[in-house]
Design a protein around this ligand. Structure first.
Ligand code: IMP
Length: 429
């Protein structure tokens, strides 16, 4: 089985874009399986920088790209992103881009509700991307969503719109907002349907056919395992399952299709939005990591919180996602630190933990237990083989492998696609 599933093994922003781009050149199909346009995947190809939020990264190289049923789709954002990429010279047609019929739609009132709730939450806010992701998933599970396939049956949508507006109008009233303008909603859907429908296909069938023909499928995860709705730092998480297992349920290929699970891991830790972050460094170290790593959100432009590498969290992610090997990114950001710290456990009160307990209060109180390791003064930026790395950098990588119980498959040493040390080709398995 030569498929690869790429997932983030921290809180997102691990540098998945570059790795997915690099792998997508050798894939026959690239599939997104969860999340929506809350993702921010940056691809640097030659002189050009592409910023994708919703479309699978394979589209930039013309690889067949599919948006699976596990994704929530804002159709207006989809149109804008297609237009933006076409403006950069990327060819996008129904021949190389498919959308699953069963994707739930993100509608304008989902975005409104996301923002209204965040504004009303004060200190308890989650720090969402305000793109309506959570409210759209709620409607999916509440069985009131309007789905992509409904765009071809807009004259048969009355009962569903009744259900949807009854639910949302009650919520909106609570915020002092006017009810949904039903006529406007139907007019908006009618207008966008013509653009979306040519891309709509039974994606599960496309993928199963590709599998039976022995084609290589690359599953492109968004966000990270610690933002998973079940396994993450709840409630400070996104609203989808970000673990590798979702590649199956979010596309309809089946669990034996996931192939090699490549966990993307940054050589330190970052987080955007609220929530516990045991190794956060609100000091010179955090400042330096943020500046050197250009740690600003691709989607919202927010400054990312930065801290030391947390081996406990990554070990947990490796376990719950069944990671086969990791891609270690942004190693060069650590160049020049005299001493590096790695979190190897937590203290909560007088108890020690070798995993992060589930309750938010415990997570907030978790004090990291650190191990120190000497840094290196040389630069690792642009290294393409182990021989290019200082001995201390190799020691750091080897210690991470030991602590997380998973081998390094590749090391990324700059945003340039060729600045990569390949230990094992994930597609070759
Ligand atoms: P939502 O996905 O917009 O509901 O946001 C929920 C949480 O997930 C917030 O903490 C966001 O900052 C975080 N989040 C969502 N998408 C990403 C991403 O692509 N990278 C990093 N964090 C993300």
């Amino acid at each position: 089985m030569a498929n690869v599933t790429v997932i983030g093994a921290q809180w997102g922003d691990e540098g998945k874009g570059k790795i997915v781009d690099w792998l997508s050149e050798r894939a026959d199909v690239v599939a997104r399986f969860q999340g929506g346009h809350n993702a921010g995947h940056t691809l640097v190809v030659g002189e050009k920088v592409y910023k994708l939020s919703l479309l699978p990264s394979g589209i930039v190289r013309g690889t067949l790209s599919v948006i699976g049923n596990g994704v929530v789709l804002d159709p207006w954002h989809f149109r804008d992103e297609v237009a933006k990429l076409k403006g950069q010279g990327v060819e996008i047609t129904p021949e190389n881009l498919q959308i699953a019929e069963t994707c739930p739609l993100i509608l304008p009132f989902h975005r409104d509700l996301d923002g209204l709730r965040e504004d009303a939450s004060g200190a308890g806010k989650i720090g969402t991307t305000r793109r309506g992701i959570g409210p759209a998933y709620e409607d999916k599970v509440g069985r009131r969503a309007i789905r992509v396939c409904d765009l071809a049956h807009l004259d048969d949508l009355d009962l569903q719109v009744d259900r949807l507006t009854a639910h949302h109008d009650a919520l909106r009233a609570g915020f002092g907002e006017a009810p949904i303008d039903r006529a406007q909603l139907m007019a908006d859907l009618t207008e966008i349907a013509a653009f979306i429908l040519p891309f709509v296909k039974p994606v599960w069938l496309t993928l199963n056919k590709a599998k039976s023909e022995g084609k290589r499928i690359l599953f492109e995860g968004a966000q990270g395992t610690l933002l998973d709705i079940d396994h993450g730092t709840y409630p400070f998480v996104t609203s989808s399952n970000t673990v590798a297992g979702t590649a199956a349920s979010g596309t309809g290929l089946g669990p034996n299709g996931a192939g090699f699970v490549l966990g993307i891991v940054k050589a330190y830790t970052t987080r955007v939005g609220s929530g516990p972050f045991p190794t956060e460094q609100e000091n010179d170290v955090g400042q330096r990591l943020g500046e050197r790593g250009h740690e600003f959100g691709t989607v919202t432009g927010r400054k990312r919180r930065c801290g030391w590498f947390d081996a406990v969290l990554v070990r947990q992610s490796v376990a719950v996602s069944g990671v086969t090997g990791i891609a270690l990114t942004k190693l060069d950001v650590l160049d020049g630190f005299e001493e590096l710290k790695i979190c190897v456990g937590y203290k909560i009160g007088d108890q020690s933990f070798d995993y992060l307990p589930a309750h938010a209060q415990d997570q907030a109180k978790a004090e990291p237990i650190y191990e120190s390791i000497a840094g290196w003064s040389e630069t690792t930026a642009g290294a393409r083989s182990w021989a290019d790395l200082p001995a201390q950098a190799i020691k750091y990588i080897r210690r991470i492998e030991e602590l997380i119980g998973c081998p390094v498959t590749l090391v990324s040493t700059s945003p340039e696609r060729d600045d990569t040390i390949l230990v094992r080709d994930p597609f070759a398995d």
